[in-house]
Design a protein around this ligand. Structure first.
Ligand code: ZN
Length: 390
């Protein structure tokens, strides 16, 4: 259990690992904007309504409430409303919202965002009143500051709905990449995708991570369920697509499949650098690079290959100038042939000390060390060895 005390309010989150192991997820389909689009012919005017504190608006029955009991120094308490972190929460929420809106025309819902649309203002307003009446009589509360009323363009679950149809939301450009086709581009067969979905649902972290991604991250790391905090620094890159979690265009691998993925990555005995490179194009899990290093460094075949590869040779690139830009371009072409290194050593040249170069090392995820003396010694040797004049 995590207690978060803020001025004037205390927020309690449970970390219901054991409960989640027992909870069977509902097979209530989570919808995507693409699925909703065909239901919106001729839509020109839009409203998005935001349900306040999402899950907490859902009351638990006595039996479920008892399962959400937690201990505190002051005794045992139980949630009477759906707490954050129960793995079936997003589906339960989606189902409740869909039932609430059942029979109303021009109203759609994805988790806690209700979309109302019309072909013109009068039709839109009529539908909106009907939706608001229904919501009011249900007791569901809306967050007024997050509602967007009677717009010709509105951002909805990572997409921009306009009178001309769906456009990528410039604010959430990355999310538009994650359409359903995206999953089919993974190097996985459809039965493997199913295995990934099942393992994701049973993972100790990912179901809660998905809930957080779908309802939105808190402003403060401390307010996030403990098991999800590991993902805090990369939260902006995470998305849920068809039951799977993605970091950018990389699939987040559930814990149960990490060992198997390691085997796969290492199948061809490419050595640590190539393995990491191969993996980081398509897969992600926290600590993946370290796991690959540990795993591959124990492989006798890879170690043998490394020794026998021997024949180290220098690769020399002629630069037109000494700017960071030119140097970086040259390095990129070397990396393209040999793989991205884990570490780069340079002398203290200004082209290596620039912000531009630092950004490059961060983006390409290699460590950069200034080792002027070692570089100098090595250059002397090389010049000697290859009879270089300069
Ligand atoms: Zn190997």
């Amino acid at each position: 259990m995590v207690t978060v005390v803020k001025p004037h309010k205390t927020r309690i989150c449970i970390d219901p690992k054991d409960l989640n192991r027992a909870v069977k997820r509902e097979h209530y389909p989570m919808r995507t904007v693409e699925e909703i689009m065909p239901h919106l012919p001729g839509a020109k005017i839009f409203t998005v309504l935001d349900a306040e504190s999402g899950f907490w608006q859902i009351k638990l029955d006595q039996e479920s409430s008892k399962l959400c009991t937690f201990n505190t120094p002051y005794g045992r308490y139980r949630f009477t409303r759906l707490p954050f972190g129960v793995k079936s929460a997003p589906e339960v929420f989606q189902r409740t919202m869909s039932q609430l809106l059942e029979g109303l025309t021009g109203a759609e819902c994805i988790v806690d965002d209700v979309l109302v649309w019309g072909i013109d203002v009068p039709q839109h307003d009529e539908r909106l009143y009907a939706v608001l009446n229904r919501i009011q009589s249900s007791g569901l509360k809306l967050n007024r500051s997050k509602c967007k009323l009677r717009m010709t363009e509105v951002s909805y679950v990572g997409h921009l709905l306009t009178k001309d149809g769906l456009k990528p939301d410039p604010e959430k450009f990355d999310e538009t990449e994650f359409d359903v086709n995206f999953i089919s581009q993974l190097p996985l067969t459809s039965s493997r995708v199913e295995t990934f979905k099942l393992a994701t649902a049973d993972d100790p972290q990912l179901p809660q991570l998905k809930s957080v991604i779908l309802i939105g991250w808190s402003l403060d790391r401390k307010d996030v369920p403990a098991c999800v905090q590991d993902f805090w620094n990369i939260r902006d890159e995470l998305a849920v697509v068809g039951d799977l979690v993605f970091k950018g265009n990389k699939l987040v691998v559930p814990r149960a499949l990490q060992a198997e993925m390691l085997e796969k990555i290492h199948e061809a005995h490419l050595g640590i650098t190539k393995c990491k490179q191969r993996a980081r194009d398509v897969l992600f899990w926290i600590g993946m690079n370290k796991h690959i290093e540990d795993f591959v460094s124990q492989c006798t075949i890879c170690n043998e290959n490394k020794k026998s590869r021997g024949g180290r040779y220098p690769e020399i690139v002629k630069l037109t100038d000494w700017s960071s830009k030119t140097t970086i371009t040259a390095l990129k072409s070397v990396f393209a042939r040999h793989g991205i290194p884990d570490e780069i050593m340079t002398d203290n040249g200004p082209q290596f000390s620039s912000t531009e170069f630092r950004r490059f090392s961060q983006a390409w995820e290699f460590t950069h060390r200034h080792q002027a003396q070692r570089i100098h010694n090595r250059m002397v040797k090389l010049k000697d060895q290859y009879r270089l004049s300069r």
